[in-house]
Design a protein around this ligand. Structure first.
Ligand code: GLN
Length: 534
């Protein structure tokens, strides 16, 4: 029954409801495929074979009981196996954030996202690979392994949630959760031909998610289709008192909205295309793909409006000042004292071989054990542990952020970046005064080659040009697959193209409805599949 693997969450739910399969059968199929294929793809950092099997068995019992009760309904995610980006804390399981510094860190509690998924009785398959501390666009910055793109294993899956996107795309799970600080859900979803949704800032709790840049970080789903992305969002959206930036939004049932989506809703819809998104650097075929979608929408009665987001060009610079500043502060906690890796000797080389695990937590969840004997003083522990524990990109960002926040430079960098952020917010506000939604590319090119940008941080940073401003403006946006590159594409043939839909603050309903209608027109999942090469 390998065909179970490529079904969507809503399709699997129907089978579970109608006694045509069990959670155990679904889970066993995924675990078997992971065992066979993930040696090639590296989408998982850790697979919970035993835990997933046990959970599936228990869930089957639970489903049986529910079916015999008066209200025989159970949630969409009950019995459904998911992969989870290794940035979400899950009690008793490792959370490494793909960093040596957290290599043996066992989560002492559940993040709110995981808590809510558990309330839905999901099945946890394992932790998905990512760029270290979510810093990157290719998953090459993972301290442990590089994930491959299921459409072409010579290429990156995007990042930082590359493991999540690759595992969904290769049918190694039914869906996944990632985080998006500057594009890390949308860009990998775009490059892997799946759906990725970054909700409005404040809609999904950040509690228990390892912080990168707290004013930009937002968790969201990566899914096989638009309805699944809404189902996953429904499960985790909502106010949470544990996250100070969580908002009391009027949350809707997004899966119901997607189910009711109808082409007639496009009539009169004003869709903006920012001219700054269609400029230099954009792959020709991605440009023509957007024009095609534009024509499709126009045929259904939409009004296509050229708009301007005039300060787009400054968004990358502003982002890299703000995100690195916040990161330098958030990452101060990894000091070799409280948790994570502590260098054992006064030599960074030795330190790498001697991580201190958290398997010996004391009552306060502090490390017990580990020696400080070989360090001359506290500062040496800090320096050696951080030198050994962090990778190059993380160090680069800590240095950039520390510099930007330092006395005498604050006004020139951080303050200026904050002012640009205000301009970007205003750009979007003006645009949404004229249009209901904005569409554009998710990335300037399809998936690039592994190694192509690894030694050129600036060109890697530029690959996020269309996604970053959305985070700066706190807006919701999603990427859906909208086509495929041709044989002659010089940036790579036969690769998925992602279309980005950006909505006004808290307008996930309109965004998802339109995404579903475009999805039906493109019919991507029926026409194209990855896997020829793996
Ligand atoms: N690629 C961007 C960066 O490297 C965004 C990362 C993210 O969204 N987590 O910062």
């Amino acid at each position: 029954m390998t065909s179970l693997n490529n079904l969507t969450i809503h399709e699997l739910h129907e089978l579970l409801k109608n006694n045509e399969t069990t959670s155990l059968e679904i889970t066993a199929n995924y675990l078997e495929k992971i065992k066979q294929k993930d040696v090639l793809l590296n989408s998982y950092l850790y697979v919970d074979y035993t835990g997933a099997t046990e959970q599936a068995e228990q869930t089957d019992e639970y489903i049986k009981k529910i079916k015999n009760s008066a209200n025989s309904d159970f949630p969409y995610l009950t019995g459904i196996p998911l992969s989870i980006k290794d940035i979400f804390l899950m009690k008793g399981k490792k959370t490494t954030c793909a960093s040596k510094i957290l290599e043996n860190f066992i989560s002492p509690y559940d993040s709110t996202v995981i808590k809510k998924l558990k309330e839905n009785n999901f099945v946890f398959l394992g932790k998905a690979n990512m760029d270290e501390f979510a810093m990157g666009s290719s998953t090459e910055n993972s301290a442990f392994k590089t994930t491959k793109n299921p459409w072409d294993i010579k290429r990156v899956p995007g990042g930082s949630s590359g493991g999540s996107a690759a595992s969904v795309s290769a049918d190694l799970c039914a869906g996944s959760f990632g985080t998006d600080t500057g594009g890390s859900i949308r860009q990998p979803a775009g490059l892997c031909g799946v759906v990725g949704l970054k909700p409005t800032y404040g809609m999904v709790s950040r509690y228990g998610i390892v912080a990168f840049s707290s004013s930009l970080d937002q968790a969201g789903p990566i899914a096989k289709d638009v309805l699944d992305s809404a189902i996953l969002l429904d499960a985790v959206a909502g106010f949470d008192g544990f996250d100070q930036t969580s908002r009391k939004f009027k949350i809707k049932k997004y899966s119901d909205i997607v189910k009711k989506a109808d082409k007639s809703k496009i009539k009169g819809l004003k869709v903006g295309i920012p001219k700054e998104f269609l400029s230099e650097g954009l792959d020709d075929e991605i440009l023509s793909n957007i024009q095609e979608i534009q024509n499709n929408l126009r045929e259904l009665g939409a009004e296509i409006v050229e708009i301007s987001l005039p300060d787009t060009a400054y968004s990358i610079a502003a982002y890299y000042v703000m995100a690195t500043s916040e990161a330098s502060s958030n990452l101060e906690r990894y000091d070799g004292i409280r948790y994570g890796l502590r260098s054992a000797k006064n030599s960074p080389d030795n330190a790498l071989n001697s991580p201190i695990g958290l398997n010996s937590l004391d009552d306060n969840n502090m490390i017990s054990g580990g020696t400080t004997a070989n360090h001359a003083n506290l500062e040496e522990i800090y320096i050696n542990s951080r030198t050994a524990g962090f990778g190059n990109e993380v160090k680069r960002r800590i240095m950039l952020g520390t510099f930007a926040l330092s006395a005498g430079y604050y006004d020139a960098y951080y303050k200026k970046a904050a002012l640009i952020r205000k301009l970007i917010i205003k750009n979007y506000k003006d645009a949404f005064g004229k249009v209901d939604l904005i569409i554009g590319p998710t990335s300037p090119t399809a998936a690039f080659l592994i190694g192509e940008k690894a030694n050129d941080p600036l060109s890697m940073y530029l690959s996020d040009i269309y996604t970053i401003s959305v985070n700066l403006a706190y807006l919701p946006a999603m990427s859906i697959p909208s086509g495929i590159t041709s044989k002659n594409n010089s940036n790579g043939a036969g690769l998925p193209i992602g279309l980005q839909i950006i909505a006004p603050w808290c307008s996930e309903d309109k965004m998802l409805e339109t995404a579903k209608i475009i999805e039906d027109i493109v019919d991507f999942r029926k026409k194209y599949q990855p896997g020829a090469t793996f």
